[in-house]
Design a protein around this ligand. Sequence first.
Ligand SMILES: [Zn+2]
Length: 315
Amino acid sequence: MKNYIVFDLEWNQGEKTRDDELSDLPFEIVEIGAVKLNEQLEIIDTFSRLVKPQVYHEMHKITEKLIHLTMKDLEKGDIFIKVADDFLKWCGEDPAFCTWGPLDLPELQRNMEYYNMEPIADGPLPFFDVQKLFSLEYENGKLRRALEFAIDFKEIPKDQPFHRALSDAVYTARIFQGISERIRNNYSFDNYVTPKDKRQEIHIVFEKYAKYISREFDTREELLSDSEVMSTRCYICHKNIRRKIKWFSPNGGKYYIAVSYCNEHGYMKSKIRVKKSENDKLYVVKTSKFISEEDKNELKDKKERYKQRMKKIKK
Ligand SMILES: [Zn+2]
């Protein structure tokens, strides 16, 4: 039996200092709220706890306006280690985490690491980004809306205040309950812990695209010469297919694009994003999807324009 754990965190932050001494824990979690859903997506339990702050003892201006909590309230809470430990026990074996947007899981793990707690996962952690699923279900898949927008859109009664952990978790769960099973298959990965070796790398095929999360590399050169990173095999038939547009980066290395052609499945666009891991190494997220011939031609023009631009700069 799989449980879905829809959770939400509230956090406080410190004032920025010149030497950035706060970078170990820029955001201190002050509240954890969650609801547990069974496989039929019915709410079967809730979790709501305040955390007694140990790092920041004043409420940051931004936080104060947002979360409707005072330091006096938080003093009633338990310390983070206790709350996080109870929370993970409450989640049970192998929970499927759901959050509104991608920020809560890394923040939870960063706070846990700060207190030297056992990590939740030893590699990328699959989770449901309900904000993204909402966009895929009702909009274009790219827009990212505020939770309150989604609640208004679905005409769900706003009977609880926003920006408290439990009520935001309940609202998120209500949106999640309305997501169709087909859309729900588009789960995400949290890469707070990146793959350390080839064995842990992620290869996954979704309905409309495929995703690859690489292991860590020390340098960009190493990464860009790795055969798996740069490969553009057809993700349906796994054949090595001919490259029609060789890898290029239209924006100085933020991402790289290539297009290849499978006789059976058509034009496949691959996109590599180079990302920095928590421990300052590099890894890539590569997505591949099939595109039309027009899309392919547009990318070809884009590459041509980029080449011309570079020529001008060099002159
Ligand atoms: Zn193919």
